[in-house]
Design a protein around this ligand. Structure first.
Ligand code: AMP
Ligand code: ZN
Length: 460
């Protein structure tokens, strides 16, 4: 069976044919590093990690290049830096914020079982590429300078007599409607009300770089140009897959396509545009004001990262996901069981029943159903399949040990009570043995008797 992926641009599921099977290339928009990442941010991380792993499985580890950027120049970063480090020069404060947040992000996504991308470029290290694209756009008549800004004109793009995509094609909007519906308080230096910023002047104290297009004052890039520059540098003018959350389709990705295609006279930037659906919490939109804003960091204090991962993958990536405590508890029980039966087993080849749904536009809910099907039969295929999906990074003993640690249960004390209970049973003192069983249950410990003896685990 072949890999098929849903493409937001053509609005259909299509067979995936890489431009070069020896170098399959994917770009995913990464975080803006100013604060802890929330559980919604974990969704693209996990979804595109599964795709990365699947592509490596299909084309070979050495033949897939995955780029996920870090946006380290942004107003939100500047604001946070000024607030958290008021005594420091802004540039130093910004470096502190981006370094610390970047470290937190890595710790979080490592715990989620996500492989590090092949390259994690930082926006501030690609200013030269941004300037180069901007120069090309100005020369080509797609962008212009006004009051030390450089602005891109979607109308110039759509009027151009060249084989370019239509501005608005990705987000399925018409430029005429966008023009008619645009806000009235458009910045006065903009010629058209849908024009967007490629470069802008920096305020005193803000990070700044020499400007392109003959502008004397120093400035800084707009957000969209960063991704065009980083994708170009690391993947070329045209590559296979571009991903991100559904909220990025417009304006971010629409503008990325416009910049890249007009700068390089291309009909396409990426052949497949993939977008994950949004995550909400207990049926409500997650927001700081509603008090239901959950960071990955907080969740990891209560749950192993693989539980969060499984919980995310139980929903198809294009559907909205409702993140609930109940579902998390079920995911934890499922993983406890899989760890018990499969973690210490020699992994076999991933089962066709698991791989085939993944080939169908990453149908992870169906793949997970197939894992349940393997549970009672081919456990070595179960182990191999779980590993393909990024699970079983620990041994069964490590997993159980972590659970014990998290529960605060003293393993020695449990062993002592079990020995006492075994002694009570052998002298047929069932009152005492029941009392000890209840005591263990109250501590959160479940025991199981078999011919080999009594085993125990932390009950979820
Ligand atoms: P941001 O740092 O806000 O640019 O987001 C980083 C990534 O997380 C982007 O791909 C967003 O589309 C994605 N994202 C943000 N919020 C959510 C959410 N609630 N559910 C799913 N994805 C999200
Ligand atoms: Zn981007």
């Amino acid at each position: 069976m072949e890999l098929r992926l849903y493409d937001t641009l053509s609005r259909e599921k299509r067979a995936f044919v890489p431009l070069d099977a020896k170098n399959v290339r994917m770009y995913v928009c990464g975080p803006t590093v100013y604060d802890f990442a929330h559980i919604g941010n974990a969704r693209p991380v996990i979804v595109f990690d599964v795709l990365f792993r699947l592509l490596r499985h299909l084309y070979g580890e050495a033949h897939v290049k995955y780029v996920r950027n870090i946006t380290d120049v942004d107003d939100k970063i500047n604001d946070r830096a000024a607030r958290d480090f008021p005594g420091l020069p802004l540039n130093e404060a910004i470096r502190k914020v981006t370094e610390e947040t970047g470290r937190q992000f890595h710790a979080d996504v490592d715990a989620l079982g996500a492989l590090r991308p092949s390259v994690e470029p930082r926006a501030t290290e690609h200013i030269a590429e941004m300037r180069e694209i901007i120069e090309r756009l100005v020369k080509g008549g797609f962008a212009y300078v006004a009051e030390d800004h450089v602005l891109f004109s979607p109308q110039a793009m759509n009027a151009a007599n060249a084989s370019l995509p239509r501005y608005g094609a990705l987000s399925n909007r018409s430029l005429d409607e966008m023009v008619a519906g645009a806000r009235v308080d458009v910045a006065p230096y903009k010629k058209g009300n849908t024009d967007f910023v490629l470069w802008k002047p920096s305020k005193p104290g803000e990070p700044s770089w020499p400007s392109p297009a003959g502008i004397e004052a120093e400035g800084r890039p707009g957000w969209h140009i960063e991704c065009s520059a980083m994708a170009w540098k690391h993947l070329g003018e045209h590559f296979d897959i571009h991903g991100g959350g559904i909220d990025l389709v417009f304006p971010h990705h629409e503008n990325e396509v416009a910049q890249t295609c007009c700068a390089f006279h291309r009909e396409r930037m990426a052949n497949y545009w993939m977008h994950n659906g949004f995550l909400q919490v207990e049926s409500e939109k997650m927001s700081k004001s509603l008090g239901n804003f959950i960071t990955i960091h907080e969740l990891l204090k209560d749950w192993p990262g693989e539980v969060l991962r499984l919980n995310m993958l139980k929903t198809h990536y294009r559907s909205p996901i409702d993140w609930t405590m109940k579902s998390l508890e079920e995911s934890a029980k499922t993983l406890d069981d899989w760890y018990r039966v499969a973690a210490d087993v020699e992994p076999g080849k991933p089962a066709a029943s698991v791989v085939e749904p993944l080939l169908d536009d990453l149908n992870t809910p169906l793949a997970i159903a197939a894992l349940h099907g393997l549970r009672g039969g081919d456990v070595s295929a179960l182990a191999g399949s779980l590993r393909l999906l990024g699970f079983l990074s620990e041994s069964a003993a490590q997993w159980e040990g972590r659970k014990q640690q998290a529960s605060g249960v003293d393993a020695k004390e449990v062993e002592r009570l079990i020995a006492e209970r075994t002694a009570a049973r052998s002298r047929k003192d069932f009152g005492e043995s029941d009392r000890i069983r209840d005591l263990l249950a109250a501590m959160g410990v479940a025991i199981k008797d078999s011919k080999e003896g009594t085993t125990w685990e932390i009950a979820r």
